[in-house]
Each structure stands twice: as structure tokens, then as C-alpha cells.
Ligand binder design. Structure first.
Ligand code: ADP
Ligand code: PHD
Length: 457
């Protein structure tokens, strides 16, 4: 049995959904489809999830939302009409979104989750209806009915262990099941979504639950590339990579697959294959537990912007028992998680994802660090990017860090932070965000086109 997840780009229009239908019918083992909300039809388009965030935010704050509501319904109208489905399907979608607008939630986060989930939920219903019309024995399946239980963390839910046993029962169903991605239900029956891009996570959880032979992740590129194809011209395709490599690369900015989606598949030993809906004959990328080691120590290079650093300096910090713990407690008290803590003797930095910071939180933390920890200096710097080199072979290869530093220096890029060692498969550099693309190109040339920079490989 295979689980096939189709991303928003694969379901953005009726034409795309027809391609998906062909892919599903090509292989009898493709019995569980996990679907996203309609994505962008072209680069200037807006994803339905983004429209729903606008709709939800306007409705929650009592602003006029009718225009964006119509835009959402119209996206489904165009899809339904292109698939030859009648206006009654559109009316059902419209009624569903009206119900979501009127949903009585205790707080904005839960209200927004109800709204966002409508993108995948309605798409799954429309696709199931289309498959049935095409004579395929198919059914829509709600995550509540399937027992996809998650934690009560709106917009940031995590799967609960008991979900897997519930999902295992889906093996007994003989129809092709169309499962909406991106959300589950708490044990109390409250809807909660995964983080953005979370349909990949649903796919992985469902694949682990049913103990699938393969989890296929269909998107709009022929494979995972060694660097973002939007930054590097025609980067190398990666044919095989390990779960660890993919997890690190997705965390560090490979938008093609969600970093949190690796763990369920990895724990259940389910191979993942990234494939192209627009070119399904292309081999794709296999993500597996172990792969043959090749010549290149580096498998991929990723960058993610939007990090800040809390810099703290105090003379003899290294001799003060509990300093690190108390510093991290101040960060924890603001409900913030950290990414890295590079340290010196008298100073340390806590690197944080910007999305967790507000001006008030920053001020409270700095005041407490100065007063409670009696620091000599504490300030926050914004605008960092993290660049990560990832590869299973890296740590056995002499000179990777020096080549990387040389490549960055050749392009006039100052390294603000280096982190090597904690992870066996990655090397991280902190640099100014404005230089992130330049850094990726320099590192790519160094490790994948060494002849261009005149370095021996
Ligand atoms: N290293 C990479 N390899 C392949 N694609 C990448 C990489 N880094 C970023 N991407 C981007 O990821 C996109 C696919 O992910 P996404 O937009 O989430 O697709 P979907 O709509 O299928 O969920 C590609 O179009 C590509 O631009
Ligand atoms: N639609 C959701 C979930 C998702 O995974 O979408 P996509 O498969 O288009 O990345 C989002 O945009 O976040």
C-alpha cells in the first residue's frame, strides 16, 4: 500500500487535479491520497490557505470579508466547473465556508485553524467527488473519523501516539481514500492545524499509521535538488538521501518537504519518494535510512532567513554555575524556543526564530538578563540567516569547513557564527540575511562546481 500526498501546486486547478487522477489510477497500490488546499496556479497567484488567513482575520476582527470570501468560493467554482461537477458542489463548499466564518471559537488561534483547515477539507471532498464521477471507487475521509489525534496547540499541533493505531484500521478500507492534509483533532474533539506546509506531516503520519510500503510526496519539481532551484541555476538532482540529511535540509530551508514530516516515516521505516505531478515518469528523490556514499561530501546546501540573536556578555561567565540555565529560563518564560547557543568564555548568543519575537518580549528579556543575571551587556541583533551544509560524508572528509569558509570569504561574506559538531551531518554558518543567496551560490560552486572556482574536489 502506498500513501500519495499531493501538494497545493498539484491541485491548484482542474487541469492539475486531472493529472493527479491519472497518477492515482496508474498504480493500484496508491490507495490513500493526502491532499492540500489549492495552491498557486502561477507565480503571481495566491494560495487558498493565504486567502483563508485573510478571510479569517477580517471576519474575526469584525471587518468586511465578503470580497475575499467570494474569491475563495470562486477558486472552488473554477475547479468544480473544470472537472464537470455541478453548481451544487460549489454551493456545498460555499455553505461550509459560511459555517466556518460563523464558527464560535474561544480564541483567535482556534478560529483561524477552523478557517485554514477548510482549504484542504473542501478540496478533499471535491476531489473525492470527481474520482467517483470518473468511476473510481473513492471516498472522502475526515481526520476525526480516522482518529488523527493531535495536541491542543492551534497552528502548531503535534500528532499523539494513539493516532497511529487508529490510522492502521484504514488498511481494511477497500476504496481509495481522500484524506485532507494539514489538520487533526484533539482528544476533546477540537480541530487543530499543523504548522504551515503541514500536509506533508499528515502524509507522513498516515503512511506510518497504515504501515505503507512507500510515502510518495508529489510536488512541482522533478526531484529534490542540492540547492534551491530558485537561487542556483540548474542545481544537481539528489537521487537518494537519508532521513537525517533531509530533515536537516528541510529545517534549514528546503521548502520542498516539511522538516517535521520526516520523523513519522523514519520511525516506521517507510521510504519517502519526492516526485513531480507534472512529470510523473521522472525518477524523483528517494529518502531512505542509508544510502551509498558518493564522491561529494556535501549532499545539499540550504538557507533560512529570519533569525535574531540575543547577545549576552559577562566577565567570568564560564565560571558561573547555572548561568546558561538561568538565561534559557528567561527565554522559556516568554514561551520561546531557541535554535542554537554558540558560546565563548565571557559571552554567549541565543539564536531565535524571529516569528517568536515581539518588541515587548525582547524588552522584558533584556531587562531581566541585565538585572537578574547582572550581565555586562545584553542586546538583540536582527536580520540573520542560517546557512547549512548537510551530508552524511562530511565529517569524515578533511577540509569541508575550510573550503566553505573560503567560499564565503571569496564573496566578501562575513561569518558571524559557526556551529559544527553537535550534528554529525551538518555545518551551520550564521551570516547577514541580505547575503544569503550569494552565500548559497558561492558554496554551491565550491562543492558542486569546483572547476568554476579552481579548487580541487
Ligand atoms: N532544494 C530544493 N529542491 C527542490 N525544490 C526546492 C528546493 N528548495 C526549495 N524548493 C522549492 O520547493 C517547491 C515545492 O514545494 P511546495 O511549494 O511546498 O510544493 P507543494 O505545492 O507541492 O506543497 C519547488 O517548486 C521549489 O521551488
Ligand atoms: N495548505 C497548507 C498546508 C500545506 O501543506 O500546503 P502545501 O502542500 O501547498 O505546501 C499551507 O499552505 O500551509
Amino acid at each position: 500500500m502506498r500513501v500519495a500526498k499531493f501538494g497545493g501546486s498539484s491541485l491548484a486547478s482542474a487541469e492539475q487535479i486531472k493529472k493527479v487522477t491519472n497518477i492515482v489510477q496508474e498504480h493500484p497500490e496508491r490507495r490513500l491520497l493526502v491532499v492540500s488546499a489549492p495552491g498557486k496556479r502561477d507565480s503571481g497567484d495566491t494560495k487558498v490557505t493565504d486567502l483563508l488567513i485573510e478571510l479569517g482575520s477580517k471576519a474575526w476582527h469584525g471587518q468586511s470579508y465578503e470580497a475575499v470570501y467570494e474569491t475563495v468560493v470562486d477558486r472552488y467554482r473554477q475547479i468544480a466547473s473544470g472537472l464537470g461537477l455541478g453548481e451544487s458542489v460549489v454551493q456545498e463548499v460555499a455553505a461550509d465556508f459560511t459555517e466556518r466564518v460563523q464558527f464560535a471559537a474561544d480564541n483567535e488561534e482556534s478560529y483561524m485553524d477552523q478557517m485554514k483547515a477548510g482549504g484542504e477539507d473542501n478540496n478533499a471532498k471535491v476531489i473525492a467527488r470527481y474520482l467517483q464521477n470518473e468511476g473510481v471507487k473513492a471516498a472522502y475521509l475526515n481526520p476525526y473519523e480516522a482518529g488523527l489525534l493531535v495536541s491542543d496547540e492551534p497552528g502548531n499541533a503535534k500528532v499523539l501516539p494513539e493516532a497511529y493505531e487508529h490510522l492502521y484500521k484504514l488498511r481494511d478500507r477497500d476504496e481509495i481514500l481522500v484524506f485532507p492534509g494539514f489538520f487533526g483533532y484533539t482528544p476533546e474533539g477540537k480541530l487543530a492545524t499543523f504548522p504551515r506546509g503541514g500536509s506533508d506531516i499528515t502524509g507522513s503520519i498516515v503512511a506510518a499509521g497504515v504501515q505503507a510500503d512507500l510515502y510518495e510526496n508529489f510536488t512541482d519539481v522533478d526531484s529534490v535538488y542540492a540547492a534551491n532551484p530558485g537561487v542556483v541555476d540548474q542545481p544537481m538532482e539528489v537521487k537518494q538521501m537519508t532521513y537525517r540529511e533531509m530533515r536537516e535540509l528541510s529545517y534549514a530551508g528546503f521548502g520542498v518537504f516539511h522538516d517535521e514530516a520526516l520523523i513519522p516515516a523514519f520511525r516506521a521505516s517507510i521510504p519517502v519518494c519526492v516526485k513531480n505531478t507534472n512529470n510523473p515518469d521522472a525518477e524523483g528523490t528517494m529518502i531512505i535510512a542509508e544510502r551509498a556514499q558518493d564522491q561529494t561530501p556535501v549532499t545539499g546546501i540550504a538557507a533560512d532567513e529570519g533569525f535574531s540573536t540575543i547577545y549576552v556578555r559577562k566577565y567570568l561567565m564560564n565560571r558561573e554555575v547555572g548561568f546558561g540555565r538561568r538565561l534559557l529560563k528567561i527565554v522559556e518564560d516568554e514561551g520561546i524556543s531557541y535554535e542554537h547557543i554558540p558560546s565563548g568564555i565571557d559571552d554567549t548568543s541565543v539564536i531565535i526564530d524571529n516569528s517568536q519575537l515581539t518588541a515587548e518580549k525582547e524588552e522584558r528579556m533584556l531587562t531581566r538578563i541585565m538585572e537578574e543575571l547582572e550581565a555586562d551587556d545584553a542586546h538583540i541583533e536582527h536580520g540573520f540567516a542560517m546557512i547549512m551544509l548537510v551530508g552524511e560524508g562530511m565529517h569524515e572528509t578533511v577540509g569541508v569547513a575550510s573550503r566553505a569558509a573560503q567560499a564565503l570569504s571569496n564573496r566578501g561574506i562575513n561569518i558571524e557564527m559557526i556551529n559544527q559538531g553537535s550534528s554529525e551531518v551538518s555545518l551551520t554558518f550564521g551570516i547577514q540575511a541580505a547575503q544569503a543567496d550569494e552565500a548559497i551560490r558561492g558554496l554551491y560552486e565550491q562543492f558542486f562546481r569546483p572547476s568554476v572556482v579552481g579548487t580541487e574536489s
